[in-house]
Design a protein around this ligand. Sequence first.
Ligand code: SAM
Length: 248
Amino acid sequence: MDSGEFENSTPAGNEQGRHSRESGNELRSSNRLAKARRRMLKRDLEGRDITDPRVLKVMAEIPREEFIPQSWQSQAYADGPLPIGMGQTISQPYIVALMTQELRVNRDCEVLEIGTGSGYQTAVLSKLVKKVYTIERFAQLSESAQAVLGRFGVSNVEFYVGDGSCGWPKSRLPTSRCFDRIMITAAVPKMPEPLAKQLADGGLIVAPVGYGGVQELVACEKKANKIIERLICDVRFVKLLGEYGFEQ
Ligand code: SAM
């Protein structure tokens, strides 16, 4: 299985014959972004409570700017969410790192992600686990995420467009087995039942849960069909709209 190589990847890199001044500008801009990424790592991740070296390594390697519209790329390493179209956002880098760390993944994990969005969180997970199954409501966002991950050669992600609150469609699962981990990247009023059902025993779900503008990020562990919830911190997420999410 090849989960792709991000380091030193330049999907929009130099083409032969491009004007040298243009290349010079691109180089300066990519150097600036690389510097900003290192600063983000030190200040916003290590400087807070991100201690998992695997998470830090992956976040150091993946160019977040490739997942956001060009007009926002200079802000790629600012400490906040950014618009990605369709009224949706790419999450703050710290929150991506925190949710990944709290998911406690390993190389054998099969992970279900609800809310593909830009595909950045998907890319982070793809580098740490065996396989990611990701669901997005908007076809346009899913297609754009597929294009970015495709350019990076990531091949351990399966995409689906639909209502993620209902879980991964059973007809598309190779076996009837459950997921080792589930990450919900939009706010849910309560844990969607179909997702709790698709979680393997001993597995974990990390999700923002709550009705208001501020939700609680929770980690839920499934043990002998019981869900044990642990609160992590307050967060602000866009809503998960769907049958087991918020009303449209
Ligand atoms: N993790 C994403 C990233 O790295 O860019 C950010 C996700 S964004 C905060 C939440 C996403 O959930 C949006 O793209 C939104 O369209 C999607 N979403 C909302 N309701 C959904 C549903 N019922 N099923 C699947 N995706 C949904």
